[in-house]
Write a protein that binds this ligand. Structure first.
Ligand code: ZN
Ligand code: ZN
Length: 390
């Protein structure tokens, strides 16, 4: 595999960094040890600028090429946070913090971008500037948006952004991407159905919110199955239904439903919420109850721009071979907050195969160290090709 030879030379170092980060996972916006480690390494590589404390725990590194005459700047992004999951592992580098683990491979993403930084700071064989964006809180914390709102795009003059996520099930070190939506929007909702509780033996004296919530749970499925064009991907998942009573013989006053909606087409934003509101209100009313909807837009769809997708795919093909790059990957209904960077700058997001590992967010998951130099080489190739020195 034609990974960069120089990067292959520090594969053992990268493996050690990755395992160190893995053993010391930190939750969103608490990535202080990880951020300090990243900043230390960036300084030791000789990055021109290293800034910490951006969007709380984010770190930015800047590397100028041999020339900066092109005036062009690329942003490369990695995420640093772990998840509140208890790791199942007997590995020496297993999490040392009970209940927290790197179950999404952000330890690997951070390390791959560090490897690219070391190479690029050493070689500088490009015309322009590379900005390394180590963001906090990808897992439901809005870290990418926080970095954008902290002004990183303007302050560092970023023209284009690129990001990468590992994917179990894709062969080790192979790549997958597509132009257009690659990952879905992820919205969260809470619906409270309020009725009039009472004795479980006397339903005629109540307005039963449990029965109304059960009907609503079923009715919400029609947003995807009856209201959406069958060729368009929409998911409506109710992940929990909770009553304010635990008793067997009580009809509660209130039942809440919570869940998530997913869609690839940005134009569906708002429409799903409106349908949900109409169905919730109407269904509750039919059972003599009322419903209130609390709906939040967490991340938009991750939409790859065609030009940057082609550039990202060409870099991947040089690193892994054209046969190992799927340029028409199926979109997934998972969400990714890099979408918030793609919403303000053209760019592309790529998946790199983690091989036959446990799935993301599974307690037995581990990042595959074999792909560290592959991912680093992709970033490095992007810099050298997109900012080709003349
Ligand atoms: Zn994740
Ligand atoms: Zn992730």
């Amino acid at each position: 595999m034609p990974i960069k030879n120089r990067i292959a030379e520090f594969h053992p170092d990268m493996t050690a960094w990755r395992r160190d980060i893995h053993a010391h996972p930190e939750l969103r916006f608490a990535e202080t040890r990880t951020a300090a480690l990243v900043a230390d390494k960036l300084r030791s590589f000789g990055c021109d600028v290293v800034e910490t404390g951006i969007a709380q725990t984010g770190v930015v590194g800047v590397i100028h090429g041999k020339s900066t005459a092109s005036g062009r700047t690329l942003g490369f992004r990695a995420d640093m946070d772990a998840l509140p999951i208890h790791e199942q592992s007997s590995a020496e580098h297993a999490s040392q913090t009970p209940g927290i683990m790197h179950a999404c491979g952000h330890d690997g993403h951070t390390t791959m971008l560090l490897g690219a930084a070391r190479y690029l700071a050493e070689t500088r064989n490009f015309d322009g500037t590379v900005v390394l964006l180590f963001q906090p809180a990808e897992e439901g914390g809005g870290g990418a948006l926080a970095m954008v709102e902290a002004g990183v795009m303007e302050r560092f003059g970023i023209d284009e952004v690129y990001g990468m996520h590992n994917m179990p099930g894709i062969p080790t070190g192979a790549f997958a991407l597509r132009p257009g939506p690659l990952l879905a929007a992820a919205d969260f909702f809470d619906i409270t159905v309020a009725g009039r509780g009472g004795h479980g033996a006397l339903p005629e004296q109540t307005a039963d919110p449990t029965v109304a919530a059960a009907a609503l749970l079923t009715a919400l499925q029609t947003i995807a199955s009856r209201n959406t064009d069958p060729k368009t991907a929409v998911v409506v998942t109710v992940g929990g239904l909770r009553s304010d009573s635990d008793a067997h013989n009580v009809i509660p006053d209130r039942v809440t439903l919570k869940g998530t909606t997913r869609y690839l087409d940005p134009a569906l934003k708002g429409w799903i919420k409106d349908r949900m509101e109409t169905i919730a209100t109407g269904t509750a009313q039919a059972y003599g109850c009322s419903a209130t909807l609390d709906y939040s837009y967490v991340v938009p769809p991750t939409v790859n721009q065609p030009d940057q997708t082609r550039i990202a795919a060409e870099a991947a093909a040089r690193v892994a071979g054209a046969d190992a790059v799927d340029t028409q990957a199926d979109p997934t209904m998972g969400g990714e907050d890099f979408a918030d960077m793609l919403a303000v700058r053209p760019g592309a997001f790529i998946l790199i195969g983690n091989g036959d590992s446990a799935g993301l967010h599974h307690p037995a998951y581990d990042f595959n160290d074999a792909i560290l130099p592959v991912g680093s080489s992709w970033f490095a190739d992007l810099a050298e090709s997109r900012l080709a020195a003349s």
